[in-house]
Write a protein that binds this ligand. Sequence first.
Ligand code: MG
Length: 163
Amino acid sequence: MRVGSGFDVHRLEHAQQPGEMILGGVPIATDLVVVAHSDGDVVLHALMDAILGAAGKGDIGQHFPDSDPRYAGADSGELLMQVLALVAPLAVVNADITIVAEAPKIGPHRDAMRTRIAELIGTAADRVNVKATTTEGLGFTGRGEGLAVQVSVLLDDDSRVNG
Ligand code: MG
């Protein structure tokens, strides 16, 4: 068994008009925009880094450089599929995700995120935990200038995870 941790931050800006952001693979209606080269799914980015970390395979910046035009607007769900292929035969036993943000509100989307992430990594929703917290108005997350995500994962041999 191998443990990994991932951390990612993206800047938030106010949109001219209401739109949506993708968080944990789920579209969320909001007037905030995540500033990013890819689709800006900071949850899946931190998850990928945790998986790569557990497998001893570096980080997503090495595998999908943001200087590479191929990854402009990239679907993080597809990148996650590539990460899972890279670490095989290791597979995710469980993932624990903490989202730090004042907005958008995560609670109403928590179950959808668990279901979607579990679907992407091929596991049951009860193996994916999504927590949300604020920083009580302190720091960049508190001022709503950005959001941060921290993830812990456990990986094990695929046959032991699914067998
Ligand atoms: Mg990122």
